[in-house]
Design a protein around this ligand. Structure first.
Ligand code: IMP
Ligand code: MG
Length: 224
């Protein structure tokens, strides 16, 4: 079930310097703050031990997003492009991705729900907010925070195709290959990560942690 993005290899987070390390945020905090005190808008200390390790730093996210933006620019050169962000998790990704792009795009948003306040996909998808405009014939790129079981995206893609979109592709910041329950063809993948529940950079646990500028693994004691 584990697949790379079709046109680009996804980055395994083993490539990230911090990957695989388990460390409390407090020890990391010292060195992190030592070199980027001025640029860290989130007070990591306030997160305390809720996050047990870092999966992708702000710098890693921004350089990977820049690579993906350049690839999307290239792939859609001369073509119409409508980016559809999935609320709320994709807000950060959409904001950074589109500003790294060098072309005109249009943006629309959907809100779907497949999760309660827990950490497991229910597989039941409801539309909470639909697209504002007709998408007949449009080239759609869905922008997602994470592909976990794949249930939400496989449903969403089918839904947009059924409305007569010209093409529907998917970009996601994170993917958990080991958690896949259905195969979803994802064209652009930021990072493949382990099955752990992660927060930050748009991803929440019970609506919290979305504004962290890095992505980290939520400590199990927070939900078990
Ligand atoms: P699915 O299991 O692929 O259908 O995932 C659906 C949605 O669950 C994603 O778009 C996220 O909003 C949320 N989700 C899945 N895994 C995580 C996680 O590790 N952290 C935070 N949200 C998650
Ligand atoms: Mg989401």
């Amino acid at each position: 079930m584990a697949r790379s993005g079709r046109d680009q290899p996804s980055r395994r987070c083993e490539g990230c310097p911090n990957f695989g390390q388990t460390f409390g945020l407090r020890p990391q905090l010292a060195s992190s703050l030592a070199h980027s005190k001025e640029t860290h808008p989130v007070d990591l200390q306030a997160v305390g031990t809720d996050v047990e390790r870092v999966i992708a730093t702000e710098e890693q996210l921004s350089s990977r997003i820049a690579e993906m933006a350049a690839q999307v620019d290239k792939d859609y050169a001369g073509k119409d492009l409508l980016l559809v962000g999935v609320l709320k998790g994709a807000v950060m990704a959409m904001a950074d991705l589109t500003r790294a792009m060098q072309r005109h795009i249009e943006m629309d948003w959907m809100a779907v729900s497949s999760y309660g306040s827990g950490t497991k996909s229910s597989g039941v998808v409801r539309i909470l907010k639909d697209l504002d405009r007709d998408i007949t014939g449009r080239n759609i790129l869905i922008v997602e925070d994470i592909v976990d079981s794949g249930l939400t995206l496989s449903w969403l893609r089918a839904n947009l195709v059924s409305r007569g979109a010209g093409s529907v592709e998917i970009l996601t910041i994170l993917r958990k290959p080991e958690a896949a329950k259905v195969e979803v063809d994802v064209k652009y993948v930021g990072f493949d990560i382990p099955k752990d529940f992660v927060v930050g950079y748009g991803l929440d646990f019970d609506e919290k942690y979305r504004n962290l500028d890095f992505i980290g693994v939520l400590a199990k004691h927070m939900y078990e």
